[in-house]
Design a protein around this ligand. Structure first.
Ligand code: SF4
Length: 430
């Protein structure tokens, strides 16, 4: 964003230096930050703001904006993430600095396409509106005087400069696809699922993206490489061992056009590779929703992707009807899809198909969907089992919520793209 010289002078008069840099808890983000920060801080500030904006999005479709519940929950989140949370009393320089710098980092990450820009502006507007409404009359006047500045261009113009920085560009590109939840490559549940359970699980506990892939695999005895990558890594994340995965894919493929010999020579290697047993021995991570939604859109004959993002609305409606979602539920889901809230549409699908009013979690990952579903469906059974276990025993996969989901964010994996390039080579055969 560029500002005219007179605006800058006016801003400098109002803002001053040093401690006066952030005169208000509420900011209009008129000047980009100029201080040097470490890459680690850059990443951590970005992750926290992304978390905050995702909460803003979630609250915005769950509660009427500006109501007591909405305000309370947003304040809790601001407080937790150490952003300025109450303009009237709070006067924390670090929180204001964090608010300022993190806004500009995400602005860079989210100015790269129209879809991303719209999402970012919507969440920032809602956040701003909430904060503005917290101001007293006096502070409102002061803020309006401070913010009454015209500006003449948008952040995207800064991109050519940023794009020449080889440290920042991968991070910024990755941020807009970033996933901030637990790492599902940890496979705490490895070996706890039998192949015979998969058909039933695909109906009751798989998110629609994986349910669709499973059905296509069963119907066609084949999946193209985008589908094999998305579904194969998901299955690994829910606990299939390498031996089970080899057996699962082979038994299905040899029912189609691939004979056993071709499978062993071509596809088996790629499966071992995805489990880190070949090549660079990288233990590949299952795809997050953001990755599925934003990259590698499906083409003709593909079944990967996110049905809420990539299906024609009429087809999505038919699919939801076949999944026995009620007409009211379908129209609620389609409204969310229309507003481009794809993960929230999926959350609504979860609530409707599990018969709960509120999912109680914010969906970021297909494996999270599975874990939450299993916890809900088997929760009572697991709790009883745990009561019988000794104090030293490890928690079951189905009880992960308290130990894993919604806890410390995993660091952004900026090498993900590079690693997957390698994997795609091995999965390239159709
Ligand atoms: Fe899958 Fe995520 Fe889309 Fe749900 S929102 S269908 S879990 S990609």
């Amino acid at each position: 964003m560029q500002f005219s010289r007179s605006n800058r002078r006016k801003l400098a008069r109002l803002v001053g230096d040093g401690q006066e840099q952030y005169p208000h808890s509420l900011q209009f983000y008129l000047q980009p930050p100029t201080e040097s920060i470490s890459l680690a801080e850059f990443e951590s500030l970005a992750v926290d703001r992304l978390r905050l904006l995702k909460v803003v999005e979630n609250l915005g479709v769950t509660y009427v904006k500006g109501t007591e519940n909405y305000n309370k929950k947003l304040e809790v989140e601001l407080r937790k993430l150490k952003f300025p949370f109450k303009a009237l009393t709070e006067d924390d320089h670090d929180a204001r600095r964090k608010d300022h710098i993190s806004h500009f980092i995400l602005r860079l990450a989210y100015c790269q396409s129209e879809d991303l820009r719209r999402w970012f502006i919507q969440q920032e507007m809602d956040l701003f509106r909430y904060r503005f409404n917290q101001l007293s009359v006096q502070l409102t006047e002061r803020f309006l005087e401070y913010a009454n500045l015209a500006y003449d261009a948008l952040t995207a113009r800064s991109l050519p400069v940023v794009q020449t920085d080889e440290r920042l560009q991968p991070l910024l590109s990755h941020l807009s696809h970033a996933y901030v939840g637990p790492d599902y490559s940890l496979q705490k549940s490895t070996g706890k699922i039998s192949l015979g359970q998969i058909d039933a699980l695909s109906v009751k506990s798989f998110p629609p993206c994986m349910r669709q892939l499973h059905k296509a695999l069963r119907d066609n005895h084949h999946l193209r490489h985008g589908g094999r990558m998305q579904y194969g890594l998901f299955l690994k994340g829910i606990g299939l061992t390498l031996e089970q995965a080899l057996q699962f894919w082979k038994s299905e493929f040899i029912r189609g056009k691939v004979d056993a010999d071709k499978f062993d020579k071509g596809y088996a290697y790629s499966i071992r590779h995805s489990y880190g047993k070949e090549g660079k021995r990288t233990d590949y991570t299952p795809f997050s929703c953001m990755k599925i939604i934003l990259s590698n859109p499906p083409g003709q004959g593909d079944y990967h992707g996110c049905p809420f993002r990539h299906s024609d609305p009429e087809l999505l409606k038919q699919k939801l009807q076949s999944y026995k979602v009620s007409p009211t539920g379908i129209s609620q889901i389609l409204d969310l899809v229309k507003g481009m809230h794809y993960q929230l549409a999926c959350q609504k699908y979860f609530a409707l198909t599990h018969d709960v009013d509120d999912t109680g979690f914010s969906l970021n990952h297909p494996n999270q969907y599975f874990a939450e579903s299993q916890q809900l469906l088997n929760g009572a059974k697991e709790i009883k089992k745990e009561q019988r276990q000794s104090e030293n025993s490890q928690p079951k996969y189905g009880s992960q919520k308290n130990t894993n989901i919604s806890t410390t964010p995993a660091p952004l994996d900026t090498t993900e793209g590079m690693e997957l390039d390698g994997l795609e080579d091995y999965f390239a055969e159709d």
